[in-house]
Design a protein around this ligand. Structure first.
Ligand code: SF4
Length: 354
């Protein structure tokens, strides 16, 4: 099952690549909670010295509860978002004085604490108490959206439910705490927002964003009222009068429709040379005898929250093309006419018909 492959690859990657961070070497819920509160909207490198200072000044939740709020805020100085520090102090007092110093030990109770949202509750429940619950932060959204090819807007109300269900489905039966650490670390170091290391990624044979060139587009996060431009580059590969297409996978609006080789960019069209050199496209051209560019056409296609700017590059190849092992195949014009296709591809085909 693809979920099993995904989880196993992340665990193996994590064992080799995890950073050694102090809150990972403990199951103490107080330390884990502290680290999670500090790392909200803060990079690890910035949060780490604060974590060490707090643990030294307040080794237990009871020590923190007994501190004056101004001392907490002073030690917090420079981290920003001071309401986090105030909530943290109030929660420490609640745990110390109302719960006898015992941290709540499950997701349901943790989420009732002041300043603790669903991500932090899941992280503490998983890392400190081994509860089988999936964490869902920005890194996890990104990895899931890219790997599974999900183009649901992650800022939309339905995204939490959809991604939460998928995240839960991907949880392995054992080592769920390590798996949760692994997927977040993978998003932070490997599948990064601007420069994912796809060529060296252990998931690249099964990752939909990599296969379809959508790494720079996914995850989709649409700011309200702002229409997003997407730039799609289709390579229309033609050999002996047949065209290369495949069925689109993933859960997007075009799931199940047939399309050409495609790579996306976020800000502008790419030049033809760059499109043909893209790592998603290049393997299809490497084993051919000749590559001839027939024409290039640009179109615009408006959807509700997106404007698709589409560049079709028609390329004729000769020789016996050896296709990389995947689901692309050559289709005769009659077969192409029968395949279901996105409207913009159907319009393009109509236009280029002799
Ligand atoms: S292949 Fe690239 S986009 Fe896909 S999971 Fe790996 S790093 Fe992320």
């Amino acid at each position: 099952m693809k979920e099993t492959i995904f989880a196993a690859a992340l665990l193996a990657w994590y064992k080799k690549n995890a950073r050694d961070l102090p809150w990972r070497n403990t199951q103490n819920p107080y330390y884990i909670w502290l680290s999670e509160v500090m790392l909200q909207q803060t990079r690890v490198v910035q949060g780490l010295p604060y974590f060490l200072r707090f643990v030294e000044a307040y080794p237990t939740v009871t020590d923190m509860a007994a501190a004056a709020e101004r001392d907490i805020l002073r030690l917090w100085q420079g981290l920003g978002y001071y309401s986090r520090a105030r909530n943290m102090h109030a929660t420490a007092q609640y745990i110390a004085y109302e719960l006898g110093g015992n941290f709540p030990n499950n997701y349901k109770q943790l989420i009732g604490l002041k300043g603790v949202g669903s991500y932090t509750a899941a992280a503490i429940a998983s890392f400190a108490f081994g509860e089988k619950v999936a964490v869902l932060d920005g890194n996890v959204y990104r990895v899931l959206a890219r790997y599974w090819g999900i183009d649901t807007d992650i800022a939309s109300p339905k995204a939490g439910k959809e991604f939460g269900a998928l995240a839960a489905q991907c949880l392995p039966d054992t080592q769920t705490d390590l798996y949760n650490q692994a997927i977040m670390e993978f998003g932070a170091l490997q599948c990064t927002p601007a420069a994912p290391q796809c060529i060296f990624c252990p998931l690249n044979d099964t990752c939909i964003a990599f296969a379809t060139g959508q790494q720079s587009v996914l995850p989709i996060k649409i700011k309200k009222t702002k229409v997003k431009n997407r730039f799609l580059h289709y390579v229309v590969l033609e050999q002996n009068g047949e065209l290369l297409l495949r069925e689109r996978r993933g859960k997007g609006i075009w799931q199940g429709l047939y399309e050409f080789l495609c790579v996306e960019s976020e800000n502008e069209f790419w030049e033809v040379e760059d499109i043909l050199q893209n790592p998603t496209v290049k393997p299809y051209l490497e084993n051919t005898d000749s590559v001839q560019i027939i024409d290039v056409q640009d179109f615009k296609h408006a959807l509700t929250h997106q404007i698709l700017q589409v560049r079709f590059v028609r390329v004729r190849v000769s020789g016996d093309t050896i296709l990389p092992q995947d689901d692309f195949a050559f289709y005769t014009p009659a077969q192409v006419a029968d395949l279901p296709k996105p409207i913009l591809i159907a319009n393009y085909l109509e236009k280029i018909q002799p």
